[in-house]
Design a protein around this ligand. Structure first.
Ligand code: PLP
Length: 416
C-alpha cells in the first residue's frame, strides 16, 4: 500500500528503527492506478493464470475433500513431506539430485524465505551483496534488518565477476553475510548468468567464504537457448529458493528453501515465530496439481504464451523506441530492462506515463540507493496488442523528453 495519503502520523516516534527505511514497492503502489480501465500495465510481474484451463484446477480442487482433516489443520513448520516429495522431483528435473525431505523447508512464497534469510543472517550494519539492479522485494525484505547493501552491476552475461572480485578483496574473508543472486532470467534485468560466470562466482565465494543465496523463480520459463545449471546443482552449500508461483499459481503462496541443515534449523526456528506453519490446504492443492493434472502441458502453454508476448514486446521496442534507448533480450522469464540516456530520470517519467495510460517500474527501486535512468517492463500479463500499444505510449513520453533536452541544449540552457 502506498502511504501518500498519510498526512499526519500520530505514532511517529514510536516505531522501531528497523521500519524507518523500508523501500516501498512502486509496483504495489501502482496497483491502484493500474486498475484504471484504459491502463496498460507493464509493471507487475503477475503470471497470467487465465492461461490455466479451468478443468485443470477443478480436477485438483475436487479431490481436496479426500484430505479435509489434514488440509484444514495446523501442519509442521517445515511443511508436508508429501509436498517436499513433489519438490524433490521438480529439483531432479533441473539437475539437483540426492535431496531428502530434511533438506527442504516450505515457506509462504519465496518472499517469506527472503525475509527469513534476513532474520537469520543480518545484524544492523552487516554487509550483504546483491546484483545491481535487483529484485525490489528482496531489497524490501532485507532492509528491515538494516544491512549495508553492496550492489554489483551485471551485463548480458550476468553479474560482473571482475567487479565482484574487487569488492570481495575490499571486504575480505567473510566480509559479507551472503550474496543474493537471481542467476536465471533475472528480475528486473531478464539476463541469465553464463556457466563460466557461475563457476567463477562459486570459486570466488568459496575463496572468500561467502554464502550464496540463489533465487530461482523463473528458470522453467525458458523460451529459447539452452538451460544453464543452477548454482545449487553445482554446489550443495548454496541456499536455493524455488516457488510454485510462476509454474502453478502465486495465490497459493507455496515455495521452498533448500539449504544446509544447520541453516534450515535456524530458518525453522524463525518461521515458528513468524507463522507456526504454512497453509496445509495450499500444499495439498499443489500436491494434487502436480500428481493429478497434466501440469507439464499447462506449463508449456504458459511458456508459449509468454514467448509470444516477449516477441511482441521486443518487436515493438525495435519499431518504436528511440535509438538512444537500449534494452535486454531475455531468453525467458517475465522482464526486459530498458536503459535510457542518463539525463532522463524514470521516476519523473512515471506520472506522465500514468497519465498516458501505461505503467512501468522505475529502475530506482531496484537499487539500494539510486535514482535511475532505467525501467523494468513486464511482458507476462498483457496481450500482444496491448504490449505494442504500451510501448508506443512509453516511446512517446521518452521522445518528448529527448526533444525537450535537445532544445534546452541547443539554447545553451544545459551544459554537459
Ligand atoms: C526474483 C523473485 N524472487 C521472489 C519472488 C517472490 O515469489 P513468491 O511469489 O514465491 O513469494 C519474486 C516474485 O515476483 C521474484 O521475482
Amino acid at each position: 500500500m502506498g502511504d501518500s495519503h498519510i498526512t499526519f502520523d500520530h505514532w511517529e516516534g514510536c516505531y522501531a528503527d528497523r521500519v524507518a527505511n523500508i523501500p516501498s514497492s512502486a509496483t504495489r503502489d501502482l496497483f491502484g492506478a493500474a486498475s484504471r480501465a484504459d491502463m496498460i500495465s507493464l509493471s507487475g510481474g503477475m503470471p497470467d493464470i487465465r492461461v490455466m484451463p479451468e478443468e485443470v484446477l477443478k480436477t485438483a480442487l475436487d479431490s481436496m475433500l479426500d484430505n479435509k482433516n489434514e488440509a484444514l489443520q495446523y501442519g509442521s513448520t517445515d511443511g508436508r513431506v508429501q509436498t517436499k516429495k513433489i519438490i524433490i522431483e521438480l529439483m531432479e528435473d533441473i539437475g539437483v539430485n540426492g535431496l531428502a525431505p530434511e533438506d527442504i523447508i516450505i515457506t509462504s512464497g519465496s518472499q517469506q524465505a527472503l525475509d527469513l534469510m534476513g532474520k537469520v543472517f543480518i545484524n544492523p550494519g552487516d554487509t550483504i551483496i546483491t546484483e545491481a539492479p535487483t529484485y525490489l522485494g528482496a531489497l524490501q525484505a532485507f532492509s528491515v534488518y538494516q544491512p549495508n547493501v553492496r550492489a554489483v552491476p551485471f551485463d548480458d552475461e550476468g553479474m560482473r565477476m571482475d567487479l565482484l572480485e574487487e569488492l570481495l578483496k575490499e571486504l575480505g574473508n567473510r566480509g559479507a553475510k551472503f550474496l543474493y543472486t537471481i542467476p536465471t532470467f533475472q528480475n528486473p534485468g531478464g539476463v541469465t548468468m553464463t556457466l563460466e560466470r557461475r563457476k567463477r562466482l562459486l570459486e570466488l565465494c568459496h575463496e572468500y567464504d561467502i554464502t550464496i543465496l540463489e533465487d530461482d523463480p523463473y528458470s522453467r520459463l525458458r523460451f529459447d537457448g539452452e538451460p544453464v545449471p543452477s548454482l545449487r546443482s553445482m554446489d550443495p552449500n548454496v541456499v536455493y529458493l524455488g516457488t510454485f508461483s510462476k509454474i502453478f499459481a502465486p495465490g497459493l503462496r507455496v515455495a521452498w528453501v533448500i539449504a544446509p541443515r544447520a541453516i534450515l534449523q535456524k530458518i525453522n526456528l524463525c518461521k515458528q515465530g513468524a507463522d507456526l506453519c504454512g497453509s496445509a490446504f495450499n500444499q495439498i492443492l499443489a500436491e494434487k496439481y502436480f500428481t493429478l493434472t497434466p501440469w507439464k502441458e499447462t506449463l508449456a502453454s504458459y511458456v508459449e504464451t509468454y514467448k509470444r508476448r516477449r516477441d511482441a514486446l521486443l518487436q515493438a521496442c525495435e519499431e518504436y523506441l528511440p535509438e538512444e534507448v537500449s534494452y535486454t533480450h531475455p531468453e525467458g522469464g517475465f522482464f526486459i530492462w530498458l536503459t535510457l540516456p542518463d539525463y532522463i530520470n524514470t521516476d519523473r517519467l512515471l506520472p506522465i506515463a500514468l497519465d498516458r495510460g501505461v505503467t512501468f517500474v522505475p529502475g530506482s527501486g531496484c537499487y539500494p540507493d539510486k535514482t535511475s535512468n532505467s525501467m523494468r517492463l513486464a511482458f507476462c500479463y498483457e496481450s500482444e496488442e496491448d504490449l505494442t500499444e504500451g510501448i508506443k505510449r512509453i516511446s512517446k513520453v521518452i521522445d518528448e523528453r529527448l526533444i525537450m533536452y535537445r532544445a534546452l541544449k541547443r539554447d545553451g540552457l544545459i551544459v554537459d
